[in-house]
Design a protein around this ligand. Structure first.
Ligand code: IFM
Length: 464
């Protein structure tokens, strides 16, 4: 007995701007990430997603790779500006054709397509209309989603609305390190609220679709959040309060709104005079819309953080404290598998029963060059023992959560391919499959073969 139930979904994930390349092909409009990455000084060495993994042209080979790994599901995102180059209005058929072909190829390979509608790449034209700060963005998003469902809804049964609203807001609107590059305590909570309204508006629109546009007449929809336990560095009240604020600003912000119909009280302290209020009992705050029932929750988990009070780290005033003896990934994230189990148990405890999918989990580590001919079947071999260990320990943590009764239905490794890690460019590698960005050659890493064996064994985690 592997500890993973029959029917557990085993997948890997990517996102459009991170892997596709050809961002303006076939009538697509520029996204805010295209513009941001092309703005000097915004990304590592000025790197852009212009080519990325060239998945837009190499998708057939990539589906073959997924088949080689035995994936049961593939989580990818749809680029809004391929579908609607100006964000609203005219639908671009050739942009949808790309996803149409991908979905068909996945289904033919026996791999379930699991698209996310928004993974951070807003059409640039909509940024010109204030992006997520514009209350109309909720309807723009639902209209875009409907254009996608009209084309793909009959064959795709598992949709996610947004990926990681916390990152969209924190990096894009509060600190300005991601597109659209705004840094404002006034903007951040307003963008967050409109993102949640957009999610709710799309969920309602999905429920109203004709059966023919909902795979097998049903079809499911959820949202993906990233969750990190926020521990306190000491038992001092100042550090405990800092950890609570960090938790409120990242974890409870989105889940309390989605599941409890309110925002955490710490947000008023964090945003001060810029906090718009959004009282739980104020119909104008639209918590009924935000809390529209969903079918599943996607959870992205990478790390935890241990926090101390830091008045300089505005507005949350909490800073992470490095842990002696702990292992850190190439992004400086502590490897802490038990926190994945904690996250899963905490969600059930605080928010009640809901099917959970781990929609991302993985680690960036520097990799060696592949060794020609040293891998399975005479392929090149790339040894990445730290990533293998990361997956092994985190899968064991999922198994533990299952044993504790949490309803986890699937696991998606981040990422299928080494890819464009946003402002970090191509330097940080998360893939099960290495990509040589000069030649676009793919090499399955040891972690990829390890994951293949886990899947083939129904979740049995091979000994090292
Ligand atoms: O690469 C990102 C992804 O786009 C969203 N979740 C976290 C990953 C690693 O940083």
């Amino acid at each position: 007995m592997s500890g993973f139930p029959a029917g557990f979904l085993w997948g890997a994930a990517t996102s459009a701007y991170q892997v596709e390349g050809s961002p303006l092909a076939d009538g697509a409009g520029p996204s805010n990430w295209h513009v941001f990455a092309h703005t000097p000084g915004r990304t590592h060495e000025g790197q852009t997603g212009d080519e990325a993994c060239d998945h837009y042209r190499r998708w057939r080979g990539d589906v073959d790779l997924m088949r080689t790994l035995g994936l049961g599901a593939y989580r990818f995102s749809i680029s809004w500006s391929r579908v609607l180059p100006a964000g609203t209005g005219q639908v671009n058929g050739p942009g949808l054709d790309f996803y149409d072909r991908l979905v068909d190829a996945l289904l033919e390979a026996g791999i379930e397509p699991c698209p996310t509608l928004y993974h951070w790449d807003l059409p640039h034209a909509l940024d010109g209309r204030s992006g997520w700060l514009n209350p109309d963005s909720a309807q723009w998003f639902a209209d875009y989603a409907q254009a996608v469902w009209r084309r793909l809804g009959d064959r795709v049964g598992r949709w996610a609305t947004l990926n990681e609203p916390w990152v969209i807001v924190d990096a894009g609107y509060l600190h300005g390190t991601h597109a659209p590059g705004r840094a404002s305590t006034h903007d951040a909570p307003r963008a967050a609220h409109n993102l949640l309204r957009a999610h709710g508006t799309a969920v309602r629109a999905y429920r109203a679709l004709p059966a023919a546009q909902r795979a097998q007449g049903t079809g499911t929809i959820g949202i993906v959040v990233n969750i990190e336990p926020k521990d306190a560095a000491t038992g001092r009240e100042a550090d405990l309060a800092a950890a609570r604020r960090a938790d409120a600003s990242m974890n409870r912000y989105y889940l309390d709104a989605l599941r409890l119909g309110r925002y955490p009280q710490e947000l008023a302290e964090i945003f001060g005079a810029d906090w718009p209020g959004y009282a739980a009992d104020d119909p104008a705050a639209e918590f009924a819309l935000i809390g529209e029932p969903i079918d599943f929750l996607g959870v992205n988990y990478y790390t935890r953080s241990v926090n101390r009070h830091d008045p300089e780290a505005k507005p949350v005033c909490a800073s992470p404290v490095p842990q002696p003896g702990a292992e850190y990934t190439d992004l400086g994230w502590e490897v802490h598998p038990d926190s994945l189990r904690r996250v899963l148990c905490w969600i059930r405890e605080r928010y009640g029963e809901i099917p959970l999918y781990i929609t991302e989990n993985g680690a960036a580590f520097p990799d060696p060059e592949p060794v020609p001919g040293a891998g399975p079947g005479g392929r090149a071999r790339l040894a990445d023992p730290r990533r293998v260990a990361y997956f092994r320990s985190h899968l064991a943590a999922v198994r533990e959560a299952l044993a504790q009764g949490v309803d986890v239905r699937g696991y998606f490794a981040w990422s299928l391919l080494d890819n464009y890690e946003w402002a970090c460019g191509y330097a940080k590698r998360f893939g099960l499959v290495a990509v040589d960005f000069a030649t676009q050659e793919r090499t399955v890493k040891d972690s990829g073969w390890f994951y293949r064996d886990v899947i083939a064994g129904g979740g049995e985690i091979p000994e090292s």
